[in-house]
Design a protein around this ligand. Sequence first.
Ligand SMILES: [Fe+2]
Length: 325
Amino acid sequence: MNSNDRADAVAPVARAELFTEERSAEVVAASFAGTPDPRLRQVMTSLVRHLHDFVKDVDPTEEEWAAAIAFLTASGQKCDDVRQELVLLSDVLGVSMLVETINHRSGGTSTESTVLGPFHVVESPPRELGEDIALDGKGDRCLVTGRVTGPEGDPLAGAQVDVWQANEDGFYDVQQPGVQPERNLRGLFVTGDDGEFWFRSIVPRHYPIPVDGPVGQLLQATGRHPNRPAHMHFIVTAPGHRAVTTHLFVEDSPYIDSDAVFGVKDSLVRAFPTVDDPARAKELGLPNPFRSVHFDVRLLRDSSLSGRSVAPPGRDARRGPRPRR
Ligand SMILES: [Fe+2]
């Protein structure tokens, strides 16, 4: 046996497959094969596969890929404590709504949910049923009524109804400190024995999402508008039931068919009819005529579901005079 024979006898070391255009995704995905956390391994493998498919489909120049990196960099740099450009990017790409929809499938048996949005950043003040949440006195006055029930329509007493909305000019209170009263157009209500809630407010107005950053530039470059149709936000919680985060949309609002963040669902759209009834207006403390809307909320029972599902303890039902509908 000569020296060459001895070298041939050594078992060859298995070489990892080298990178090629054709098998790029498989090669890179294989580098994650040893990830201890199976969920992380699944996520990274899928990400690599789809990302490589995307690049092969688009066939970018190096300048285009550098521009993509610069866009993501600028989006990150735009973020601070009160501005989240990457969430905005997720919103306008419809990914926020997709994640939300996947995680809150109701099967048509409860009120549909939609995006939380970026303006629930302060706690809504507890208010009595019937209170007026429009502290700035602007806008079309509106009576809001509704009932919270379980899946079979059983009224839920003591349910919490957290409401917030933009003002007549299309801004939330937190966007205009010193301009709007603090906690303007926000309220935390508790349903009575019959599951009903009601309060006075204004008809909300459509508004644009922030456009002074990279996402705004993207919308402009692609010919998309930045507007959301008029809506009120709701989070409704009740002990033993799954919470719902949703919107009530104004039927005749501009952009109802082209929400910049894809949040509209048919079941959440309501008419806000005008009521011309001087006696009723006087009883409510509203000018005549006024607008009105009714929004019933149906919750699933909290059986095997996770997440924010029950109202925090320690809040007593606050009652006011019952509305007439
Ligand atoms: Fe909103």
